[in-house]
Design a protein around this ligand. Structure first.
Ligand code: FJE
Ligand code: FE
Length: 317
């Protein structure tokens, strides 16, 4: 049974021939992972204020975790009206908003608007420029995740684009007490329709008590886990469990092993992406490659040029 508890024998050990029922059982917990990634850093995302009175637990993007190429920020946000994120610009990256509980209204300077509710996803490519507002749409606390993914120098000035998936459009799969919602990339043979300009994966896992899973991750990608609910053991079976609001940065390897040894459900997101390996110069909501490009962007925003034309007479309702 020990084979269940560890991803695979360490590479230096002699190959062991397991009886077929054990091999089949190990196959039942997911992908083949021969070099499991370990947790190299674990940080609690403490609450802080941002926007207009909004509360965020920032994981990626906080001082200790400046960025994890290509990711610039991950916020778990908790917003109660009248707080929110009123009119503000973006350039040079993508924002991915995934609602965990409640609803958010968004509207932009090009007339795009809508409401995203629990389980819905908005994948916004800001490209050369978006100005928008993101405000709570219901009573009480609205909660979700917002991820910022950097764009390569070739893509920073593309036309803005939205990919929106409602809860029922997000594909799910289930295997052996493990449920996955595939936001981007692929898991359990199910693929998301989202086009990731910067190659990335975004998986929302729920493991029943006693369940475990092995998820392959491309070797060259950076990846991390953010725990939403319950407790989970990540990386290797002899480590202590991680609890909600913790971000776990994964080291090198070809996949993640996770165990739910607790008596409650475990929910977490696994996010990975291909590093761009480009210089990053960030000025708040503008992320470019050089200081010159940032200066240009501040001018463009100020004078409503090069993608910010529609800012001239716009203001959210
Ligand atoms: C931003 C401060 C901000 N996290 N999570 C500065 F608050 C924001 C911003 C957000 C944001 C919005 C949502 Cl809906 C969820 C968020 C930060 O809008 F863009 C800058 N530059
Ligand atoms: Fe925004």
């Amino acid at each position: 049974m020990r084979v269940i508890g560890s991803c695979s024998p360490p590479p230096q050990s002699k190959p062991i021939s397991f009886p077929s029922f054990i091999r089949n059982m190990s196959a039942a917990v997911g992908d083949t992972v021969s070099r499991p990634r370990s947790v190299v850093k674990k940080v609690l995302a403490k609450p802080q204020h941002d926007g207009d009175g909004a509360l965020v637990r920032r994981s990626i993007g906080r001082m200790e975790l400046r960025s994890l190429d290509p990711f610039l920020m991950l916020d778990e946000f908790f917003v109660t009206a009248p707080a929110g994120f009123p009119d503000h610009p973006h350039r040079g990256f993508e924002t991915v908003t995934y609602m965990l509980e409640g609803a958010f209204n968004h509207q932009d300077f090009a007339g795009h608007k809508g409401t995203i509710r629990t389980g819905d996803l908005q994948w916004m490519t800001a490209g050369r420029g978006i100005i928008h507002s993101e405000m709570p749409a219901g009573p009480g606390t609205q909660r979700g995740l917002q991820l910022w993914i950097n764009l390569s120098s070739n893509d920073k000035m593309i036309e803005p684009n939205y990919q929106e998936l409602r809860k029922e459009d997000i594909k799910t799969a289930e295997e052996g007490g493990v449920e996955v919602r595939v936001i981007a990339g692929e898991a359990m043979g199910v693929r998301s329709p989202v086009y990731t300009r910067t190659p990335a994966m975004y998986l929302d896992f729920t493991l029943k008590p006693g369940a475990e899973w092995r998820q392959s991750i491309p070797e060259s990608w950076n990846s991390f886990v953010y725990v939403i609910e319950g407790e989970g053991v990540f990386g290797s079976s002899n480590t202590s469990p991680a609890s909600p609001h913790h971000v776990l940065i994964l080291g090198s390897g070809d996949g993640l092993c996770v165990w739910n040894n607790s008596s409650n459900a475990l929910r977490f997101v696994l996010i990975g992406g291909q590093p761009l390996n480009e210089p990053v110069v960030q000025y708040g909501p503008f992320v470019m490659n050089t200081q010159d490009e940032i200066d240009q962007t501040i001018d463009d925003y100020h004078f409503c040029r090069n993608g910010f034309e529609k800012a001239k007479y716009w203001q959210s309702q």
